[in-house]
Design a protein around this ligand. Structure first.
Ligand code: ATP
Ligand code: MG
Length: 438
């Protein structure tokens, strides 16, 4: 992409309405614009990052055996009357009447809808297990939408729902999602710590929140230092027994907010980490809470019928964009991990209009693009300082700088955004540095 053509409305001034760094940087880097309180437009740069995050989430869900579906954003209120949550959910639910005065709502979550799909289509234990997920917009009429996409009213969530015949098997489904979450967040360059959680309005008996440590996080967290350094499993066989992995991750103390326990903390001593964190995922096992009242039953091996055991598994996909920035930025701007960066390479032409610089840049741009490396080429006729500042602000992991002096010697400068290390290399070798390396 040529920067001169990209819709990238960056801001020089710090927007005063933004209280935390990720919100400020997302506005300044031209990633989002507010439409109404807690409701955002995603501009091209923000959309590219969001798509990269979606792709990682999708790959890890698929690897863990979940199957992607798409459910409606507008739901029928009748289903929620069946589960008993229509009255319980409260003012966070946006209620809508259609022209026939029917009660509709904009889905804040999808347990009812997915249970309805299941009960209408699955009748036998032989069709189990099943885990279905979607990556879709939710609406919750939050009292205090704030911090940009971190606490929006409309936000993008990955929500998965598992169905199993008994507790042992549904705990396996829970464990599969647990491990998939560890891998998902780690691929985004995040350290997310699973913490035992209350299950809130979703209900249930087993629940973990995945929390990214960040100063601006809304939750206070207390955990054992060992969790911060724990290694995320690679090459997972999701059919194997995952309980040992779960046991390792849940054996150490880790809680949020009011659940912390002074006596345990005192015992941990120097191993206690007291920090703040952002909830990026939340998994629940809730057994027959919905399948019971909504009659999602299957025939069992012994000929009887049983209500299926369920779990639900959320990831705050749009919140992750903010969380990654909170975890990875400096005074100059965002520092994207390569896995989610909107472009991998920023090509800076220091003297647009100079025939030699233009020729060298155009050639590099087309060769990198052909090789499958995503490049943002700053071909604008601006001062070098402006170009450096913008490229730093929007956080592209690698900057390739082409100027008249270097071109005369056949040299380019390559800068790593994280850490700022620079080196010179022959222009001919630039493509080779990026090809074949993720
Ligand atoms: P919170 O405690 O932050 O209000 P929650 O527990 O109500 O979140 P869940 O129902 O567990 O949220 O939803 C799954 C995930 O969706 C959360 O872990 C979070 O990452 C994300 N999420 C929830 N509410 C919002 C929101 N208002 N804006 C952006 N992301 C959200
Ligand atoms: Mg939650």
């Amino acid at each position: 992409m040529r920067l001169s053509r990209l819709f990238l409305p960056t801001l020089k001034e710090t927007p005063t309405e933004a209280q935390i760094v990720s919100h400020r940087l997302m506005l300044r880097a031209g990633m989002i614009r507010q439409h109404a309180a807690g409701i955002y437009n995603w501009l091209p740069l923000g959309t590219r990052v969001l798509q990269n995050i979606i792709q990682i989430v999708r790959e890890e869900q698929n690897a863990a055996g979940a199957q992607e579906i798409i459910m409606p954003t507008i739901q029928s209120g009748d289903l929620w009357k069946e589960s008993g949550r229509y009255d319980d959910y409260g003012p966070e639910m946006l209620r809508i009447k259609d022209r026939h005065e029917r009660d509709m709502l904009y889905g804040p979550t999808h347990e009812e809808v997915v249970t309805d799909i299941f009960r209408n289509n699955v009748k036998s234990y032989r069709d189990l297990p099943k885990n279905m997920y979607q990556i879709h917009w939710k609406f919750r009429d939050e009292v205090r939408p704030r911090f940009g996409v971190m606490r929006g009213r409309e936000f993008l969530m990955k929500d998965a729902y598992s169905f199993d015949i008994d507790f042992v098997r549904s705990r396996h489904a829970y464990n599969q999602m647990f491990v998939a979450y560890l891998r998902t967040f780690s691929r985004m360059g995040l350290k997310a710590i699973p913490m035992r959680a209350d299950s809130g309005p979703i209900g249930g008996d087993m629940s973990h929140e995945f929390i990214v440590l960040a100063e601006t996080g809304e939750s206070a967290v207390f955990c054992h230092r060992g969790l911060v350094d724990m290694k995320v499993p690679e090459n997972v066989d999701y059919d194997a027994d995952l309980q040992p992995i779960i046991d390792a991750w849940t054996s150490l103390y880790a809680v949020t907010d009011e659940k912390h326990d002074i006596a345990t903390e005192a015992k941990l001593g120097a191993d206690l980490v007291k920090a703040r964190g952002i909830e990026v995922g939340h998994i629940f096992h809730f057994g027959t809470k919905y399948s019971g009242p909504m009659k999602a039953v299957v025939t069992a091996a012994d000929g009887g019928t049983v209500a299926v055991m369920m779990g639900s598994y959320g990831i705050g996909v749009s919140r992750l964009v903010g969380a990654i920035i909170e975890a990875s930025h400096d005074d100059a701007g965002i520092i994207w991990p390569e896995s989610v960066a909107p472009f991998r390479v920023g090509l800076i032409n220091l003297k647009t209009g100079d025939a030699a610089c233009d020729a060298a840049c155009t050639k590099l741009y087309s060769e990198l693009t052909k090789a499958g490396v995503s490049v943002l080429y700053d071909d604008r006729e601006d001062r070098a300082g402006v170009k450096f500042a913008d490229m730093d602000l929007i956080g592209i992991p690698w900057q390739v700088v082409i100027g008249p002096k270097g071109v005369a010697k056949g040299q380019a400068e390559v800068k790593r955004r994280a850490g700022g290390a620079r080196d010179e290399c022959p222009i001919d070798s630039v493509v080779g540095r990026f090809v074949g390396k993720a």
